[in-house]
Design a protein around this ligand. Structure first.
Ligand code: S3P
Length: 439
């Protein structure tokens, strides 16, 4: 089957209300917490994507029963020490950095060696950033080329709590250490550069022994040994990282308006909203509420006029880390030169997104200057593409595929965008929702 889309026309104007799929970070975390709970937890609107399935299949290999249909997922947890470590377990994290990294934190006390593998993209990513702090608890690791997958975990019962300074703003590193902290006797201290805080909020909701003190740039976290986790029934709100594609699609389309319902707008995730508002895009949250500690709202957005360039403050980076590719599309149409810096973490994602984002802009005829950690984008409010663009060999990165679709639908040109299947990792319904906007 042909694994690409061909787009030759811009999208026509639309006024609609849509739902996008469940939040990926929350879905994977729910699976992990539920797998350690005492009893049956149930989730609705769980993201049924390959990344989340990797997490579900992973806990199944650890002896946890699950049941899944289109509407609900049930996980039959057996308590904090309920994992079974059979001989030669191999967990395949596939494309999922979040599952691959977080589960390692939960396996620091495994009684048998466990091997973690992933697909070719995940196998290029840095796992030393996880194993370095976890080693200090007393667990041993063997990594391919000292930093990559496949890796093997050699757990220990004798886990010492640690002090950890997280400097990258990585929620995956922070969360893996919190999970390992569950298992150590005594208090683990973390000083973490700001990043998404879903793990901490779930811990708080479950009344686990965690304390978080917020300072301007860092969170100071204390975590103690956990003996019991209660079951958790959760209706997963929608993912702002999936909503982002539709926010940008609407902003860059003519005469259009969109409502995206019930999106997780946790303050640690809304960097894109702050950035786009500063660029003069009209976005509003309505019906804001708190659900199990997480902020949720309907997002209202409309076609943009007079987009302004931005010199993006670096403190907004972590809250927008998965959205920069689509933010670059807005900058491509802004009046003036936009500048984004301190972005070396972007090249640590499913593909080197800073480098590849710059390459897509160049293919679109958008002048830009990229360095190791920054990009300057020379915006053109009259940008209109008239040529053929082929997007191929971008490491099957789902966000590259979806960004290219949005660019094709808003700037014109003839686009052949390969690796359509990549959307299965995070947003399988993406193309279906686009189609429905045109009905
Ligand atoms: C995630 C954290 C971020 C983000 C990823 C999901 C999470 O990664 O890019 O898509 O759920 O914790 P880093 O921890 O590498 O910044």
């Amino acid at each position: 089957m042909i694994n690409k889309v061909v787009i030759k026309n811009k999208i026509s104007s639309f006024k609609k209300s849509i739902n996008v799929s469940g939040d990926k970070s929350l879905s994977i975390r729910w699976v992990l917490f539920a797998s350690l709970a005492n009893g049956t937890s149930q989730a609705k609107n769980l993201l049924l994507s390959e990344d989340v399935m990797a997490a579900i299949n992973g806990i199944k290999k650890l002896g946890i029963k699950t049941s899944l249909n289109k509407k609900t997922c049930k996980i039959y947890g057996k308590g904090i020490d309920g994992y079974q470590y059979q001989k030669k377990i191999i967990l395949n994290a596939k494309n999922s950095g979040t599952f691959g990294r977080l589960i390692i934190g939960l396996l620091v006390n495994a009684s048998r060696p466990i091997k973690i593998i992933g697909d070719s993209s995940l196998s290029k990513r840095d796992f030393k950033r996880i194993t370095d702090p976890l080693k200090k608890f007393g667990t041993k690791f063997k990594l391919y080329k000292s930093k990559n997958l496949p890796l093997t975990i050699y757990g220990t019962k004798y886990l010492k709590p640690i002090k950890y300074f997280e400097t990258r703003g990585s929620a995956q590193c922070k969360s893996a250490v919190i999970f390992a902290g569950f298992r150590a006797k005594g208090t683990t201290y973390i000083k973490a550069k700001k990043s998404r805080n879903h793990t901490e909020l779930l811990c708080k909701y479950l009344k686990l022994p965690i304390q978080v003190k917020k300072t301007k740039n860092y969170d100071l976290i204390k975590i103690n040994n956990v003996r019991k986790i209660n079951t958790i029934n959760y209706t997963i709100p929608s993912d702002i990282s999936s909503a982002a594609f539709f926010i940008v699609l609407t902003a860059l389309s003519e005469n259009s308006k969109l409502i995206i319902k019930n999106v997780n707008v946790n303050p640690s995730r809304v960097g894109i909203i702050t950035i786009l508002k500063r660029m003069n895009i009209k976005i509003e949250f309505k019906n804001t509420k708190i659900y199990k500690g997480e902020k949720v709202a309907d997002i209202f957005v409309e076609s943009a006029k007079n987009i302004k360039a931005i010199n993006c403050p670096t403190n907004l980076n972590s809250g927008a880390i998965d959205e920069f590719l689509v933010i670059f599309l807005i900058a491509a149409k802004a009046k003036g030169i936009s500048y984004f810096s301190d972005l070396s973490e972007l090249d640590q994602k499913e593909s080197p997104r800073l480098k590849l984002g710059s390459k897509i802009l160049r293919l679109m005829g958008v002048q830009n200057i990229v360095t190791k950690n920054s990009i300057k984008i020379f915006g053109n409010p009259n940008l209109n593409i008239n040529k053929k663009i082929i997007i191929k060999n971008f490491l099957k990165d789902h966000r590259i595929f979806m960004t290219s679709v949005i660019a094709a639908l808003t700037f014109g040109g003839q686009w052949n965008i390969h690796d359509k299947d990549s959307i299965k990792t995070s947003f399988p319904d993406f193309l279906k929702i686009i189609k429905n906007l045109q009905k």
